[in-house]
Design a protein around this ligand. Structure first.
Ligand code: NAP
Length: 361
């Protein structure tokens, strides 16, 4: 028996925004974007504002979101949402503004600090959330997760069915402005999520089919899109792979690969998708001892585990981190060995195993 639940209304393709009637969500929108201004440069804001104006919908901008959005910004955004009496949230950007949009909507609706939502996550309500993605990686536009940074600097995932966005817009043309480093980082995040969803102990035949398709698209187009950043066919393939990766992890969750990456991001600033790449090969090799058929499915398109690792190395030569024993221990202590991410992963993972992985990086 397996279940599949993903209630997001997805619009994928060039000019996908044109068919959306934003008046269904209310009279005033709260638009959440990153602080770097990329949502304007890639024209997503121009298209969005045109659509809102055509329906007489007013809007407020909140353009302060940083990568790995901190709790403080969510609380601030929720406060402004309420004071401006908005009706719904539109997140425009990569995973950071999209996750922030979900969390702001919940914090505003519940009239609570975001930190308090973790305690009551299955009881929360939200305002409608529309996500317009401008990176090809996280799949956040179709997931029920918001990954945020706590007041004390830890990355914490908020997961509840209540956080599924109402509508997701994926238009590959918004990704054309991504510089090579963002294209690579985010594309590798999608790769990681697709592999992890196949490895996950709660895989399903539906997620397997989607993940294999996603991996084929990554194999076909990720290296090519770095070489030819203006090629809309390759951009579109990687965008579809990323959205598929979001749909798959919305069912299967991620694995210890993601859990191990969080301290690398919060303590030494390695971007999310690259942080996953630091450990994925070791975890896949370990998982093969327990679930060889799963690993075969996850790596077949690359010609096996070594082929997957070579594919990654060819696009992202992993740096040697040379963590001290003290750092390795500290990072290992942050991994909750009873979390779904760890329990989802084929293999046995204890403190010593995790510490040794960090020491090896
Ligand atoms: P991001 O943190 O949203 O953005 C990274 C950088 O890329 C920012 O400087 C951003 O600029 C820029 N950027 C975004 N779109 C661009 C475009 N089209 N052209 C040029 N630059 C662009 O990156 P991300 O990798 O998409 O998201 C990472 C976050 O998502 C992490 O916090 C991760 O934990 C989370 N995540 C969430 C899920 C989920 O299911 N919810 C899954 C995986 C990861 P701006 O400052 O202008 O935005």
């Amino acid at each position: 028996m397996f279940a599949f639940f993903n209630p997001v209304d997805l619009r994928f393709g060039e000019n996908a925004i044109s068919g959306v009637d934003f008046s269904l969500f209310g009279k005033k929108a709260f638009i959440v974007t990153g602080k770097g201004g990329s949502a304007k440069k890639n024209n997503a804001i121009n298209d969005l504002v045109g659509s809102l104006n055509s329906k007489g919908i007013s809007y407020e901008f909140f353009s302060e979101i940083e990568e790995n959005p901190p709790f403080d910004l969510i609380d601030k955004g929720a406060g402004i949402f309420k004071s401006k009496e908005c009706d719904f949230v539109i997140g425009v950007g990569g995973g950071s503004p999209m996750d922030a949009a979900k969390a702001i909507s919940a914090a505003a609706r519940m009239n609570k600090k975001v930190a308090d939502l973790y305690e009551i996550k299955d009881q929360i309500s939200t305002y409608p959330v529309v996500e317009i993605t401008t990176t090809s990686g996280t799949g956040s536009e179709v997931t029920q997760y918001a990954v945020l940074t706590s007041y004390d600097g830890r990355k914490l995932g908020l997961r509840t069915k209540k956080l599924f966005p109402t509508l997701a817009i994926v238009d590959p043309k918004y990704t054309l402005t991504m510089p090579a480093d963002v294209t690579i980082t985010t594309g590798l995040d999608a790769l990681s999520q697709l592999v992890e969803s196949i490895l996950s102990k709660i895989n399903t035949p539906i997620t397997d089919a989607m993940a294999v398709k996603g991996l084929e698209l990554i194999k076909q187009s990720l290296h090519s899109v770095v070489r030819e950043p203006s090629n809309i066919t390759h951009r579109s393939n990687v965008a579809l792979a990323a959205t598929l990766s979001g749909i798959t992890i919305s069912q299967t969750g991620t694995t210890i690969v993601h859990a191990l990456g969080y301290p690398l991001t919060s303590h030494i600033g390695i971007r999310h998708g690259l942080a996953n790449m630091m450990t994925i090969c070791q975890i896949v090799k370990n998982a093969a001892k327990f679930e060889p058929q799963r690993v075969k499915m996850a790596t077949e398109v690359f010609g096996g585990t070594q082929g997957l690792c070579d594919f990654i190395d060819a696009i992202y030569p992993r740096p040697k981190l040379k963590l001290s024993d003290k750092d390795a221990e500290e990072f290992a202590r942050e991994i909750d060995l009873k979390s779904g991410q760890v329990l989802n992963t084929p293999g046995i993972y204890d403190f010593e195993f995790v510490k040794e992985i960090y020491k090896s990086l």
